[in-house]
Design a protein around this ligand. Structure first.
Ligand code: SF4
Length: 448
C-alpha cells in the first residue's frame, strides 16, 4: 500500500520540480496515471499525512498544487545552522568544504573581520609548516627560528594579548579543522576526562621544556617530529571533541602557561574560532574574565593542578636556566641533572606558594596578588635570562650595560602589568552567542 511506501517518497521530494514530476507520473502510489488529475496518484497518501515537511519548506497536501498556499511556511533554519557533514558533502576536502571553512558567521564576527582572521591564520599556519620543513631539512635555520625567535615572543604575547595568540595559533587551526570541515563527532568531554587532560597538559609542559637542553635545542628533526606528533594528536582530538575542548583548552602544554600569564590581558578580541558557543569547556578559558589556572572545574584534580602550576612555575623556569645545553650523546647523569633542577626548584617554589596561601587564607585579595606575583616572577625570570642571551646571539656583542638594563625593563614591565596594575577584568576573547535551544530550532542548534 502507498502508506507503507511514504517514507521513501518523503525522502525524495525535495523541490517543486521533483514534486511535479512525481505527481504527473502518477506518484508512488498504485493509482493509474491521469493527466487531467495530476495529483491523483499522491492523493490517498496525502490525505493520511496532513503536512509534509521537506528540508526547508512545508507542502500542504490538501490544497491543489497550482493554487496559492494558505498554510504558513515554517521558518527556514538560520544559515548558521547549516553545516557540512559526510551526508551533505561528497568528500571531506571538497572545494565546498573549504569554502565552508571560510564562511563568515554574522552572529559572532563580521565577514570582513573573519576574512582578516582567516588570512592571518592561513599565514601563521604556512609559517608553521615552513618551520617544520626547515627543522627537518635545514635544522640550523629551523632551530634558530623556533627557539630564538618564535618561542621567546610567545610569553610576552600570551601575557599582553592572549586572545591574539588563541585566534592565530597554527596548532589550534589544525585541531579545529575537523570541526570546521564538518567531520568532528562533536563529543562533549566528560568532566573526569577534562581533569586528566589538564594534568597531562602540565605533565607535558614539565617534560618537554627540560627536553630542550638534552635534545630539542640541538636537534631539528627531533623538534619537527615533536611538532608533527602534536599536530596529529590535536587533529585526532578535534575529530572527536567539540570545538576547542579536544586540544586548545585541555591537552595543549602551552595552555597551562596561557592561563598563568594571561590573567589580565590588555585587549579582548572577538573569537575568530568558535562559530557559536557550544559550552564545550566549563569554565571556558577564552571567555572567562580574569582567567587563572585556579579557576577550574569542580574536580579535586583540576583544583590541585591549577594550584600546582601557579606555585611551581616560577621555580621551574629558574631551575631550567641553571642547566646547560648538552650537545652530543647524553648519559643518565645529564638527563637526571636536566630534570632535577627545574623540577626540584618547582617543588620548592610550590611549597612557598602554599605556605603563603595558608598564611593569608582569610585574605582572598592578598592571595590573588600572591598568585599574580608568582606569574609575574615566572615570566620575568624567563626574560631575565633570555633577552641578554638572544641579544648576544643575534648581534654578536653584549655591551656591559645591556644585561642590567634588560633585567630592569622586563621585570618592571611584568610586575607592573600583572601585579601593580588593576586587574583588567577582560577575557581573552569575547564569547560567541550560544545557539538557540528552543524546540523549534533544536535540531538546527545541534549542528552549529
Ligand atoms: S567559546 Fe564556547 S565553544 Fe568556544 S571554546 Fe569557549 S566554551 Fe568552547
Amino acid at each position: 500500500m502507498a502508506f507503507e511506501r511514504w517514507p521513501e517518497c518523503s525522502r525524495i521530494i525535495r523541490d517543486d520540480k521533483l514534486l511535479d514530476y512525481v505527481a504527473r507520473s502518477g506518484g508512488v502510489g498504485s493509482a493509474p496515471r491521469d493527466d487531467s488529475s495530476p495529483r491523483l496518484g499522491l492523493q490517498p497518501m496525502l490525505d493520511d499525512f496532513p503536512t509534509i515537511e521537506t528540508h526547508n519548506r512545508a507542502f500542504a497536501p490538501s490544497q491543489p498544487h497550482s493554487e496559492p498556499r494558505t498554510t504558513a511556511r515554517p521558518q527556514a533554519p538560520p544559515r548558521n545552522h547549516r553545516r557540512l557533514s559526510l551526508k551533505t558533502v561528497p568528500g571531506w576536502m571538497s572545494a565546498y568544504a573549504l569554502a565552508e571553512t571560510y564562511r563568515p558567521d554574522k552572529r559572532v564576527i563580521s565577514a570582513t573581520e573573519l576574512g582578516i582572521w582567516r588570512a592571518l591564520q592561513s599565514i601563521v599556519l604556512a609559517v608553521g609548516l615552513t618551520l617544520v620543513w626547515l627543522l627537518a631539512f635545514e635544522p640550523k635555520i629551523g632551530i634558530n627560528l623556533m627557539w630564538s625567535v618564535i618561542i621567546p615572543v610567545a610569553p610576552f604575547l600570551v601575557t599582553v594579548a592572549p586572545g591574539l595568540w588563541r585566534n592565530i595559533c597554527p596548532m589550534a587551526t589544525v585541531g579545529l579543522l575537523p570541526r570546521l570541515l564538518g567531520f568532528s563527532l562533536e563529543v562533549t568531554m566528560p568532566r573526569k576526562c577534562v581533569a586528566v587532560m589538564g594534568a597531562l597538559s602540565v605533565a607535558g609542559l614539565y617534560f618537554i621544556v627540560p627536553l630542550r637542553q638534552v635534545l630539542l635545542n640541538m636537534n631539528g628533526p627531533a623538534t619537527a617530529i615533536m611538532l608533527v606528533a602534536a599536530a596529529v594528536v590535536a587533529f585526532s582530538m578535534g575529530m572527536v571533541f567539540q570545538w576547542r575542548s579536544g586540544w586548545c583548552t585541555s591537552l595543549c602544554p602551552i595552555h597551562a602557561v596561557e592561563k598563568l600569564y594571561g590573567t589580565s590581558p590588555a585587549i579582548e578580541l572577538k573569537n575568530a574560532r568558535c562559530r557559536a558557543c557550544q559550552q564545550c569547556t566549563d569554565p571556558c578559558p577564552d571567555s572567562t574574565p580574569g582567567m587563572t589556572p585556579t579557576i577550574t572545574g569542580p574536580t579535586w584534580l583540576e583544583e590541585k593542578i591549577g594550584r600546582l602550576l601557579t606555585g611551581s612555575f616560577v621555580g621551574f623556569v629558574w631551575g631550567w636556566f641553571q642547566v646547560p645545553n648538552y650537545t652530543g650523546l647524553v648519559g643518565v647523569d645529564e638527563i637526571v641533572n636536566t630534570y632535577a633542577w627545574p623540577l626540584g626548584c618547582a617543588l620548592a617554589s610550590y611549597v612557598v606558594f602554599e605556605a603563603l596561601n595558608v598564611l593569608f587564607n582569610d585574605f582572598p585579595k592578598v592571595r590573588g596578588v600572591i598568585a599574580r606575583s608568582f606569574a609575574a616572577g615566572a615570566v620575568s625570570t624567563y626574560y631575565w635570562y633570555v633577552v641578554p642571551t638572544l641579544f648576544y646571539k643575534h648581534t654578536g656583542m653584549l655591551p656591559f650595560w645591556f644585561p642590567l638594563t634588560s633585567h630592569v625593563v622586563t621585570t618592571t614591565f611584568f610586575v607592573c602589568f600583572l601585579v601593580l596594575r588593576p586587574v583588567s577584568g577582560k577575557s581573552w576573547l569575547t564569547r560567541p552567542k550560544s545557539p538557540p535551544t528552543n524546540a523549534s530550532s533544536g535540531m538546527a542548534a545541534a549542528s552549529v
